[in-house]
Design a protein around this ligand. Structure first.
Ligand code: FES
Length: 146
């Protein structure tokens, strides 16, 4: 049912954790299942390059695998390039997901966008093509443990 790549990223997820004093943090909720994803970005202000990216999730295996892959894909990219890392691109990089699990892959993309939104707001900049994700629940950042 799951590709070898999905299983690999699920069993050995990359970039799990937090970044202290992150440049941007985004937390989103999945309307379908109620699961939560938080992404931390460390961004170089001069070059807009994403130096580091970490995630924490209260989500299923598909959410873990897609977030692991998504964080790998945005690391070392500029903000503009990271905007191209869609859930579709992440799923392709993982050799696909079962259709019922596609909604899980949206969590990573939306959390990255929420974190970029947070960064843009803090720095008073506009990121081409970026909108605040509807699933953004970042107001609650920082207090809850999961
Ligand atoms: Fe909730 Fe996959 S079932 S993220």
């Amino acid at each position: 049912m799951y590709s070898d790549k999905v299983m690999d990223h699920f069993e050995h997820p990359r970039n799990v954790g937090e970044i202290e004093n992150a440049s941007g943090v985004g937390t989103v909720g999945n309307a379908k299942c109620g699961d939560i994803m938080r992404i931390y970005l460390d961004i170089d202000d001069a070059t807009h390059m994403i130096r580091d990216c970490k995630f924490k999730t209260f989500g299923c295996g598909a959410a873990v695998a897609t977030s692991s892959m998504a964080t790998e894909m945005v690391k070392g990219k500029t903000i503009e390039e990271a905007m191209q890392v869609t859930n579709k691109a992440v799923m392709e990089a993982l050799d696909g997901l079962p259709p019922v699990k596609v909604h899980c892959s949206l969590l990573a993309e939306e959390a990255i966008h929420a974190a970029l939104w947070d960064y843009a707001e803090k720095h008073g900049i506009k990121i081409q093509g970026l909108e605040k994700p509807k699933s953004d629940i970042s107001e609650h950042d920082g207090d809850e443990e999961y």
